[in-house]
Design a protein around this ligand. Structure first.
Ligand SMILES: *Cc1c(COP(=O)(O)O)cnc(C)c1O
Length: 357
């Protein structure tokens, strides 16, 4: 089997060694001669997985016991509802920054739960930049932001300074760079972009922010119920959580966030400098807001697309067609993607230039 260079936007690439370990655990987990898929989540062996999967998040984020980590089903999309349900007081207000489709979906859910204000938006330019310099209402219950906009390829390079609780959807750039996690009251991420496979969503929340809404809470939607149950109030998505743990252990073993941040920067620099240099291509977003995780670009002459597509497919490149809302191309540069794969893509772009020139 020849190597495929996997630029998929999500579910995204995982480290090869993690996939091997995960497939072993499907047959014989922890030398039990049982599959991880057929044992109780209450078994000692699985409880250890859950404990480590929760603690490694706090370790990587460098936070203490004022935070709790949960792994929940329902995707990041369920968090669009759970965040306001748990943090927005009955007569309070939530503030949102609208930076794309995912932020818009979060806003839609929040509006169904309570008073919701969009305080900034980049919708006027099809979300190709990050709004800046907006005012944050000091009396809102929280401010919700999206750190990386997977579809458009924009990323917040710094976070708003505010004295209200800050909530962030980090689905597509979690653990890709150093952030000061203590500045956030709640961080959530669907695992399938940068921290594991689809099926579980990580939520890290400051305990003292909970239990203040005044609403009667449905158990399954109540963070406090899940915290009390050790993230096992009901049967958790056992396998996705295990593979997430393996992926985070891979990250930690290799040098953690400071290690991966450097490589991610190299990958992004390599690709964006080719996008800017190569006369056939053009980037789609404001340069200062370019995402290090999802690089979006177009062929200036769209009629050349079939020819270019043939070339990168021949080079064993997969998953660089752009999202239907943006068109063109999107190369996702998640943690597990090696620099070497980006070099292959850049070489194909150069090759295409000489063919056309
Ligand atoms: C993919 C994505 C989502 C949606 O995740 P699901 O797990 O499919 O619900 C939400 N936010 C961001 C930033 C994403 O990239």
């Amino acid at each position: 089997m020849s190597k495929v260079h996997n630029f998929s936007a999500g579910p995204g690439i995982l480290p090869q060694e993690v996939l091997k370990q995960a497939s072993e655990a499907c047959i014989n987990f922890d030398n039990l001669n049982l599959s991880l898929l057929e044992i109780s989540h209450r078994s000692k062996n699985y409880e250890k997985v859950m404990d480590e999967a929760r603690s490694i998040v706090k370790e990587l984020f460098e936070v203490g016991d004022e935070y709790e980590v949960l792994y929940l089903g329902g995707g990041a999309s369920l968090q669009f509802a759970m965040v306001p349900y748990n943090l927005l007081r009955e007569n309070g207000t939530a503030a949102y920054v609208n930076t794309g489709v995912w932020a818009s979906k979060a806003i839609k859910e929040a509006k169904l739960i309570g008073n919701t204000k969009v305080i900034a938006s980049s919708e006027d330019k099809n979300f190709n930049y990050i709004p800046k310099g907006y005012e944050i209402p000091g009396d809102a219950d929280y401010l919700h932001i999206t750190s990386n906009n997977t579809i458009y390829g924009t990323q917040m390079k710094s976070f708003p300074k505010c004295n209200i609780p800050l909530v962030c959807d980090m689905s597509s750039d979690i653990f890709s760079r150093k952030v000061n996690a203590k500045d956030f009251t709640l961080i959530y991420a669907g695992a399938q972009k940068n921290m594991g496979p689809a099926g579980s969503t990580m939520v890290m929340v400051k305990k003292d922010a909970l239990g203040k809404t005044g609403r009667k809470m449905l158990s399954m939607l109540d963070y406090q119920v899940h915290i009390k149950g050790g993230s096992m109030y009901n049967t958790p998505p056992v396998f996705p959580i295990y593979v997430t743990l393996l992926t985070l252990q891979w990250l930690k073993k290799n040098g953690g966030i400071s290690w991966i941040e450097k490589i991610n920067q190299q990958k992004a620099d390599l690709l964006y400098s080719e996008i800017d240099r190569n006369p056939l291509f053009i980037g789609t977003t404001a340069v200062e807001d370019r995402s290090n995780m999802n690089a979006c670009f177009l062929l200036k002459d769209a009629s050349l697309e079939p020819e270019f597509d043939k070339l990168w497919k021949e080079a064993n490149i997969s998953g660089i067609r752009g999202h239907r809302d943006v068109g063109g191309y999107r190369a996702s540069l998640y943690n597990a993607l090696p620099l070497e794969s980006v070099q292959v893509l850049v070489d194909v772009m150069k090759q295409f230039e000489s063919k056309k020139g």
